[in-house]
Design a protein. Structure first.
Length: 298
């Protein structure tokens, strides 16, 4: 297993000058991103499939243990603020408990029975997507979650850092991040973890983009829960609608702070008509704007 191997390149590492140690670690981070670059086709295919399932009202679930599980929980936790993804449509299956990721029980990753039971309690179905992450690709808890998800008809996406491992072989959409040996042997929070974090970011961001959460590189589905995000929402509406910040603020007030319909309100629709236009376009602002322009020409 390459992520558990000790590289002869790092013999004597503890006696190296500090700048050389850190230089080796930074090289490892570049190698991690190179592994993600190689996986782009697999990530793209997985995101397209995930969006197709979630479009029907399904949920996205993240599963993992240790560092992999914590990174998965972090990715899912950020979907609400970035894309207003409903809280009841993101689920977490973390060995030892997703409610205490900072106090991990590392032995919990060997508990396959817990993985099966916790997945069963979620009553997964064909509209759901399960993203399982494990550097080794052999973690019993994570494998059990994935097996239960696949048996329930959920879409299974696996991210692992070792080729030919069960998690990848048994997933519908395997994503291999072949990061190889770590600078500190077996410390997969480093190269493997960096690659997993980047791949999770890409996977969820492209999925949400395909669901209409992005327009012209702007997060038009953001949840403006603080002053910084409220300001961002005003800038998004002003940019997308070509209006003043003041007009953007008025449009946002009419849509309870929702940027996507506010763009249409700033262009002359009522809040109700804006919601209807977005519903007709499947939640995609570009399509709603095109329909509005076509109606204006008609």
């Amino acid at each position: 297993m390459s992520t558990e191997a000790f590289s002869p390149r790092y013999l004597g590492l503890d006696a190296w000058p500090s700048v050389d140690v850190l230089g080796a670690m930074v090289e490892g981070q570049f190698a991690a991103i190179a592994a993600v670059q190689a996986a782009i086709p697999a990530i793209a295919a997985a995101a397209e499939a995930a969006a197709a399932r979630l479009r029907g009202g399904g949920r996205i679930a993240y599963a993992g243990a240790g560092t992999s599980g914590r990174l998965a929980v972090l990715d899912g936790a950020e979907l609400r603020s970035t894309f207003s993804w409903p809280l009841d449509r993101v689920l977490f299956l973390m060995a030892g408990g997703a409610d205490r990721p900072a106090l991990p029980d590392e032995s919990a990753e060997d508990d396959a029975a817990a993985g099966s039971a916790e997945a069963a309690r979620l009553t997964l179905g064909s509209a759901d997507v399960v993203v399982s992450v494990a550097a080794s690709g052999t973690t019993p808890y994570t494998l059990a979650v994935q097996a239960a998800a696949r048996a329930a008809g959920a879409l299974t996406i696996a991210i692992a850092n070792n080729p030919g491992r069960p998690l990848l072989l048994e997933a519908e959409f395997p994503i291999l991040l072949d990061t190889g040996p770590e600078v500190i042997g077996g410390s997969t929070r480093m190269k493997a973890g960096t690659a997993q974090k980047a791949a999770l970011n890409l996977l969820s961001s492209l999925t949400m983009l395909r669901l209409g959460g992005v327009h012209d590189g702007m997060m038009v589905d953001l949840d403006p829960t603080n002053a910084k995000l409220a300001g961002r929402a005003r800038r998004i509406v002003a940019q997308a609608a070509g209006c003043t910040p003041e007009a953007a603020a008025r449009a946002l007030a009419a849509t309870s702070g929702r940027a996507k319909p506010a763009v249409l309100v700033a262009l002359g629709l009522s809040a109700e008509a804006a919601d209807a236009a977005l519903a007709a376009s499947g939640g995609h602002l570009r399509a709603a704007l095109a329909a509005l322009a076509e109606g204006g020409r008609g």
